[in-house]
Design a binder for this molecule. Structure first.
Ligand SMILES: Nc1ncnc2c1ncn2[C@@H]1O[C@H](COP(=O)(O)OP(=O)(O)OP(=O)(O)O)[C@@H](O)[C@H]1O
Length: 239
C-alpha cells in the first residue's frame, strides 16, 4: 500500500541557530502540498530531511521508500546522453525503453540521444522531471524546480507538473516562493515561519485553476498577507 509523510517534532539546529523547531507535517498519499516561507526560513532544510539527505535533525520523520527529488538546477551529467541521465543509478533491463517512456511523458522523446548541454533550461528541467518519474516515486520532492525558468517556460512547466501529478498521483512537497504557483498546483499551502508550520491554507478550488477566479484572488491575498508582502500584492493588483 502507498504511504504518505508523517513528521513529528522535527528539530534541526545549525550551530546556535534553530532552523526547524518542532515541525509537524502530514502529507497524505497522492496529496500535493506547497511549502512557502521567507528566505532562510528552513524550507530546503525540511525538504532535505524528507529526502533523507540530512539525518542530523531530531524528531520522527516517516517517508515512503520511493522518493525522487527535483532541484532548481537540473543536475544533469554533461558527459551522459539525455536518456542515460534519466535512468542514472537504476539497474535492470529495458533501461533505454524506460527512459524513452519517461521522456515521452515530458514531451522530449526526440531528444533521448542529445547531450545535456544542447538543451534549453526548460528542456533540462523536463529531463530532470523524467528522471524523477522513471523512479515511480510515492513521494516527489520539488525544491523550487521552476525558479530558474523564464515566465513562459515556467507556466508550461507548471502545467506539465499538474498533468504528471494527475496521471501518477505521487504525494508531492513543492518548495516555492511563488504564491500563484502554490495555488495553481497544490491541495494545501503551508507557511513555514519561526521553525514551524505557522499557517495552513486549504486550496479547495477545482482544477485546472484560473488566476482570475475571485476565490483564487482572495486566497492569494491571504497567503501574501501571511508572508507579510501585502504592499507588493496591492501594487501588482492595481496595475
Ligand atoms: N549545512 C548548513 N550549515 C549551516 N547552516 C545551514 C545549512 N543549511 C542551511 N543552513 C541555514 O539554515 C537556514 C535555512 O536554510 P534553508 O536553505 O532551509 O532556507 P530556505 O527557506 O530554503 O531559504 P531560501 O528560500 O532562501 O532558499 C539558513 O539560515 C541557512 O543559512
Amino acid at each position: 500500500m502507498r504511504n504518505g509523510v508523517r513528521v513529528r517534532g522535527l528539530r534541526r539546529v545549525f550551530g546556535d541557530r534553530t532552523v526547524l523547531d518542532g515541525v509537524d507535517l502530514d502529507i497524505a498519499p497522492g496529496e500535493f502540498v506547497a511549502l512557502l516561507g521567507a528566505s532562510g526560513s528552513g524550507k530546503s532544510t525540511l525538504l532535505r530531511a524528507l529526502a533523507r539527505l540530512d539525518g542530523s535533525g531530531s524528531g520522527a520523520v516517516d517517508v515512503p521508500a520511493g522518493r525522487a527529488v527535483v532541484y532548481q538546477e537540473h543536475r544533469l551529467l554533461p558527459w551522459s546522453r539525455v536518456w542515460s541521465n534519466v535512468v542514472l543509478g537504476l539497474r535492470g533491463r529495458d533501461l533505454r525503453q524506460r527512459a524513452e517512456a519517461a521522456l515521452a511523458e515530458v514531451g522530449l522523446a526526440a531528444r533521448a540521444d542529445a547531450w545535456p548541454l544542447t538543451l534549453s533550461g526548460g528542456e533540462s528541467q523536463r529531463v530532470a522531471l523524467a528522471r524523477a518519474l522513471v523512479r515511480t516515486p510515492d513521494l516527489l520532492l520539488l525544491d523550487e524546480p521552476f525558479g530558474a525558468l523564464d515566465a513562459l517556460t515556467r507556466l508550461n512547466a507548471q502545467a506539465l507538473v499538474a498533468d504528471l501529478w494527475a496521471e501518477h498521483r505521487p504525494a508531492v512537497l513543492l518548495v516555492t516562493h511563488d504564491v500563484e504557483e502554490a495555488l495553481l498546483l497544490a491541495d494545501r499551502a503551508l507557511l513555514l515561519a519561526g521553525g514551524r508550520i505557522a499557517r495552513e491554507y486549504t486550496v479547495g478550488l477545482p482544477r485546472p485553476r484560473s488566476l482570475d477566479d475571485p476565490e483564487f484572488i482572495a486566497l492569494r491575498r491571504d497567503l501574501l498577507d501571511g508572508l507579510g508582502v501585502r504592499a507588493v500584492a496591492t501594487a501588482k493588483e492595481s496595475r
